[in-house]
Write a protein that binds this ligand. Structure first.
Ligand code: NAD
Length: 542
């Protein structure tokens, strides 16, 4: 412990820059984009103090321009994963013993580096790697990751301040020990902020980490590594490996020192990892913490009293921003018959006003490409099926083209079957399915919303009637971990709307909250007695 009860700086959300024409930030990010685009990067594994180049490489390309090569990354073999674990364990003692304010300072410095000198590197890398338009990049790879780092420092200080009562002659205190081993962070492609936060939140609490980023996000993950290095994160605290996810996970989960998994990604992968951890449970020195935020089938339900223009905007933004590749993206919509036509006409008008999907370098583009060919092919298959099915109809979009980039038009499927496949399957793309209900069936439709999908991540109700809002809030209590009233179901802000859902959507440990950080510590209660008893006899013994 340091020599003082230090107050950490009050966390504030990083302001979102506008990137409007003529602003300096717009010019800076476009310059950085071009510089990255015109050069090739060679990304090693980061293990301990070493940058390892195995020579077995894979190319990286922008999803909107897949013939262009941005560089290569090196694939790990089993020995590298073992080396990463060994480096974690070697670094563990010094890192866990470092006074907490020193750990805070490293991550606060990382936040300021991203908010300042690294901002446009983070954004340009995210535009290229994940095909985000500048606004989507800014709210993710600049603001959200800065918020995660700043707010988590504040939550950490709050946790350390959480202490038990003491009685006369006794001092009770709790120390929040890092877990006894190493943490495995597995991150998804869709948020650079999540990629940085999963290893950083565990490391901030004194843990050492093996981090496996998504193959589709390594380009922007490298900028995070650069930031952490410049912020002074000691070697071996976060070790980064890429390659065959099954081999990497098998190796990590086989280690007796594995002590927790911090995962964000799809439900099936997480469930299989959980099963594997269960099968290996006798190997581990301690019960591992299992934290996973997974898939969603997020809904919008409009009451007949909702304003059509507001519902249409919630759909256009909620379903199509970042090509529907947010775990919170609206992908099933329930509209009342009395206003459905008007709402859908407004949505079609919005879609018609988007530019054709294209590169994020063209700042007029609201919609860019989906992440990779696998995703493109899957989405195209569902669109084709909707075209052929009698109980579904495509009322907007429906075209796709992968000749240059993985472009899928924002698509609206209208179905007459509330159990149609795309009403419950997570597609993770710019495709939303709409079901129109009879106004009188509002109550029944709430049950339908609650029971149609296995997920429980986000959802929104739009209504002008307070009784119906109350009814929906109660009926959908378990249908969403993040529930929105008269808004779209996306856009959670760290420190304001802690994020996560239950059912098949995850363990709901709320990223960017105190609850999440508590998973990465193991409290030790220390009771100290000042005058130690010297006679075993209690008074009642006479
Ligand atoms: P994904 O499951 O394909 O990949 C996530 C990570 O798991 C990647 O690093 C990947 O390499 C790794 N992985 C894949 N197969 C693996 C295996 N067999 N063993 C071990 N690791 C494996 O997910 P994605 O496509 O990167 O991300 C999209 C998914 O993430 C969606 O389902 C989305 O809903 C979910 N997501 C959820 C949240 C949330 O907060 N609930 C946030 C972001 C994304």
């Amino acid at each position: 412990m340091g020599k003082g009860f230090f107050h950490v700086p009050t966390a504030i959300n990083e302001p979102v820059k506008s990137y409007a024409p003529g602003t300096p930030e717009r010019e800076e990010v476009l310059k950085q984009y071009k510089a990255f685009y015109d050069s090739e990067v060679d990304i090693p594994l980061y293990i301990g103090s070493e940058e390892i180049r195995t020579g077995n490489t894979r190319p990286m390309s922008p999803p909107h321009d897949h013939k262009h090569i941005l560089g290569h990354y090196h694939l790990a073999e089993k020995t590298h994963v073992e080396q990463a674990i060994a480096n974690c364990l070697e670094a563990r003692e010094a890192w866990a013993d470092l006074t907490w304010e020193q750990r805070c300072a490293i991550f606060l410095k990382a936040a300021e580096l991203i908010a300042g000198p690294y901002r446009q590197k983070m954004n340009a890398a995210t535009m290229l790697a994940q095909s985000k338009n500048i606004y989507q990049a800014e709210i993710d790879s600049a603001c959200e990751i800065v918020d995660f780092l700043r707010f988590n420092v504040e939550y950490m200080a709050q946790i350390y301040g959480e202490q038990p009562e003491s009685s006369e002659g006794v001092w009770n205190r709790v120390e929040y020990r890092p877990l006894e081993g190493f943490v495995y962070a597995i991150t998804p492609f869709n948020f650079t902020a999540i990629a940085g936060n999963l290893p950083a939140s565990a490391a901030m609490m004194g843990n050492v980490v093996v981090w496996k980023p998504s193959d589709s996000q390594i380009y922007s993950a490298k900028v995070i590594v650069d930031v952490f290095k410049e912020a002074g994160l000691p070697d071996g605290v976060i070790n980064v490996v890429y390659g065959d996810p099954v081999m990497i996970s098998d190796t990590v989960l086989d280690s007796p020192d594995f002590t927790g998994i911090h995962f964000t990604g799809s439900t099936t992968v997480f469930k299989n990892l959980w099963k594997q951890i269960g099968n290996n449970i006798h190997k581990y020195k301690t019960y591992p913490r299992i934290v996973g935020e997974t898939g969603g089938k997020d809904f919008i339900i409009a009451h007949p009293t909702a304003k059509p223009q507001q519902v249409a905007t919630a759909i256009s933004r909620g379903a199509f921003e970042f090509q529907g590749q947010k775990c919170s993206a609206a992908s099933r919509v329930y509209l009342p018959k009395s206003t459905a036509d008007e709402i859908l006409e407004l949505v079609k008008k919005d879609i018609a006003s988007f530019n054709k999907p294209g590169s994020p370098e063209d700042m007029g583009n609201f919609i860019t490409a989906v992440i990779h060919e696998g995703s493109f092919d899957k989405l195209a298959k569902y669109i084709d099926k909707a075209k052929a099915d009698d109980n579904a109809e495509i009322i907007a979009g429906g075209n796709y083209d992968k000749s240059e980039g993985y472009f899928i038009e924002p698509t609206v499927i209208l179905t007459t079957d509330p159990q149609y496949e795309t009403m419950y399957t997570e597609l993770f793309g710019p495709v939303v399915t709409v079901y129109v209900y009879e106004d009188k069936d509002w109550g029944e439709t709430l049950k339908l919303v609650d029971g149609t999908s296995e997920y429980g991540l986000t959802g929104a109700v739009l209504s002008g009637d307070r009784y119906s809002i109350d009814e929906a809030t109660k009926a959908l209590q378990n249908a969403a971990g993040n529930f929105y009233i008269n808004d779209k179901p996306t856009g959670a802000v760290v420190g304001q709307q802690p994020f996560g859902g239950a059912r098949a959507s995850g363990t709901n440990d709320k990223a960017g909250s105190m609850q999440n950080l508590l998973r990465w510590v193991s409290p030790r209660l220390i009771k100290e007695t000042f005058v130690t008893p010297e006679d075993y006899r209690y008074p009642f013994l006479g």
